[in-house]
Design a protein around this ligand. Structure first.
Ligand SMILES: Cc1cc2nc3c(=O)[nH]c(=O)nc-3n(C[C@H](O)[C@H](O)[C@H](O)COP(=O)(O)OP(=O)(O)OC[C@H]3O[C@@H](n4cnc5c(N)ncnc54)[C@H](O)[C@@H]3O)c2cc1C
Length: 425
C-alpha cells in the first residue's frame, strides 16, 4: 500500500503538464551520469548539457518525486545553520563568500525562471516569527548579522505591527525579509527538467540506480540497463538510501508533513496573511506556511526522525495549524502529504568528491529550494574543471550520524530533547 506521505499533493494536482521520460533500457554511455531528478541533479544536468556534455539523468520515480516536488516552497536566505557555524570552520572572509553564494542561489533561481519561461507563482516577502518575547534578542542579532553582511532591507516587527499583517496572536514579533519568498516547487522542478532536456540532457524516469561502480569510468546499473560515464553526479539526497554506502551516514532523512486547505477566496486569504509573505517560526521544529496562488493556506511542519508515519496526516497536522489560526477550525483540508528532508549534523549542506570524477551534494537541512540549484551548478563547474567555488563549500567538515541499529532510537531521543527544549524555553 502506498504510504500517505506519498499521497497526491496540492502540487501534483496543479502541476504544469509535462512529458514523461522513458525508463533506461539496455546499456548506454555518457559524459556525465546524474543520479536524481530534483533541483540538485537537474541543475547540474542543465548546466552541463548547455556546455555540450552528453548527460543522462537517472530518476527512480518521476521528475520532482523527492523533496523538490513536495516541499513548502519557501525560498530562504542563507543557510539553515546560520553564518556562525560556517565562520567557525572557514573564518570570516570565506564565510562571507559562502553567504554571497547563497545569495547567488536566489539570483540563479530568478534568472532560470525568466530564461526558461518557468511559471511557478514566485512571490517575495518572508516573516520569521518568534513565539517567546525573549527571542526578540535573537531576531535583533539576526538582523545585525544581515546588516553586517551587507544584506539590506530586513526589518523587525513588534507584536502589534505583526498582528496587523498576520491574523494570529501567538507571536511576539518577526524579522521581515523582503529578499526571501515562496513559489510552486514542483512546477519549478518540472521547468528545470524541460530546460535540461531542451539543452540535450536525457532523463530516464522509473530507473533506480541499484549499484554504483566508481571506476573510472563510473558504471551505474538499474534493473533494466546501465550507464557508463566519465563523470558521476550523485544527487539523491534523503531518498538515496544505501545506494552509495559511503554517503548513507552523512545525512539523516527527517519526515515533514504539509496540509493544504480548501481555497478561501482572496478576501479571507488576505485577512490571514495581509501581504502574502511566507511565514516560519524560529523554533527548532518549525511551522512553515504561506498562501497559494489559488488562496489556500499551505501549512507544513512536524519534523519526525521516526520512520513511523501518523495514520492520518490531515488529522495530525490540523491542530498545529489551528494553534496558529484558531479561526480555521472548520476549514476543509483538501490535501495532505509529506516528504523527507536530508539534514546534516551541523545543518550546513554537504558537498564533495568520492573520487576525482565522482561528485555529490545533499543535506540542505530544510533550506534547499534555492541552494540546491546553486550546488548543482557548482558540481557542474567542478566537472568542467573550474572547482574554486565548489572547493570552498566542499571544505566544510561534517560529523557523520551514528550508524547501525541505534541510529533511529538515538535520533528520536534527540528530537524529543529539542521538542522539550522548545516547549520549556
Ligand atoms: C516536506 C518538505 C518541506 C520542505 N520545505 C522546504 C522549504 O520550504 N524551503 C526550502 O528551502 N527547502 C525545503 N525543503 C527541502 C528542499 O525541498 C530540498 O532541500 C531540495 O528539494 C533538495 O533537492 P535535491 O535535488 O537535492 O533532492 P530531491 O529533490 O530529494 O531529489 C532527489 C531525487 O533523487 C532520486 N533518487 C534517490 N535515489 C535514487 C536512486 N538510487 N536512483 C535514481 N534516483 C534516485 C529521488 O527519487 C529524488 O527524486 C523541504 C523538504 C521537504 C521534504
Amino acid at each position: 500500500m502506498a504510504k500517505s506521505i506519498d499521497a497526491p499533493s496540492y502540487y501534483t494536482a496543479t502541476a504544469t503538464p509535462s512529458p514523461r521520460h522513458p525508463g533506461l533500457a539496455g546499456e548506454a554511455s555518457a559524459d556525465v551520469c546524474v543520479i536524481g531528478a530534483g533541483y540538485t541533479g537537474l541543475s547540474a544536468a542543465l548546466e552541463l548539457a548547455e556546455a555540450g556534455y552528453r548527460v543522462v539523468v537517472l530518476e527512480q520515480e518521476t521528475v520532482g518525486y523527492g523533496a523538490s516536488g513536495r516541499n513548502g516552497g519557501q525560498v530562504c536566505t542563507g543557510f539553515s545553520s546560520g553564518q556562525g557555524k560556517i565562520e567557525a570552520q572557514l573564518g570570516r572572509d570565506d564565510a562571507r563568500r559562502c553567504f554571497a553564494l547563497a545569495e547567488e542561489s536566489k539570483t540563479l533561481l530568478k534568472q532560470r525562471l525568466v530564461r526558461h519561461s518557468i511559471d511557478c507563482d514566485l512571490a517575495w516577502g518572508y516573516l520569521h516569527t518568534i513565539v517567546k518575547p525573549h527571542q526578540m534578542d535573537e531576531l535583533k542579532a539576526w538582523k545585525d548579522e544581515y546588516d553586517e553582511l551587507g544584506y539590506d532591507g530586513t526589518t523587525i516587527l513588534g507584536k502589534a505591527e505583526l498582528e496587523e499583517k498576520l491574523a494570529t496572536r501567538i507571536y511576539h514579533g518577526a524579522l521581515r525579509d523582503p529578499g526571501a519568498g515562496h513559489f510552486h516547487p514542483l512546477n519549478y522542478c518540472l521547468g528545470l527538467a524541460r530546460a535540461a532536456v531542451a539543452a540535450g540532457a536525457i532523463i530516464h524516469e522509473q530507473s533506480r540506480a541499484l549499484s554504483v561502480e566508481m571506476g573510472p569510468p563510473a558504471v551505474v546499473r538499474t534493473g533494466a540497463g546501465s550507464i557508463t560515464a566519465k563523470f558521476l553526479v550523485i544527487a539523491g539526497n534523503a531518498y538515496l538510501g544505501r545506494t552509495v554506502p559511503k554517503l548513507a551516514g552523512r545525512v539523516m532523512p527527517v519526515a515533514s508533513y504539509i496540509i493544504a486547505t480548501e481555497p478561501f477566496g482572496e478576501n479571507r486569504a488576505r485577512a490571514l496573511i495581509r501581504d502574502g509573505e511566507a511565514v516560519a517560526n524560529t523554533k527548532f521544529i518549525v511551522d512553515y506556511y504561506r498562501l497559494t496562488k489559488d488562496t489556500r493556506l499551505l501549512f507544513g511542519g512536524r519534523a519526525s526522525y521516526s520512520t513511523l508515519e501518523p495514520p492520518s496526516l490531515a488529522t495530525y497536522m490540523r491542530p498545529r495549524m489551528t494553534a496558529v489560526f484558531p479561526q480555521l477550525r472548520d476549514v476543509k483540508i483538501d490535501y495532505a502529504w509529506g516528504g523527507y528532508i536530508a539534514i546534516t549534523s551541523n545543518r550546513i549542506p554537504d558537498m564533495g568528491r568520492l573520487a576525482p570524477h565522482v561528485y555529490y551534494a545533499h543535506g540542505y537541512s530544510g533550506q534547499g529550494v534555492a541552494l540546491a540549484g546553486l550546488y548543482g551548478k557548482l558540481m557542474a563547474e567542478a566537472v568542467r574543471g573550474v572547482a574554486e567555488r565548489f572547493d570552498l563549500l566542499a571544505k566544510i567538515r561534517h560529523l557523520p550520524f551514528p550508524g547501525g541499529p541505534l541510529r533511529t532510537p538515538v535520533l528520536v531521543a534527540a528530537m524529543l530533547y529539542y521538542r522539550l527544549r522548545d516547549a520549556l524555553s
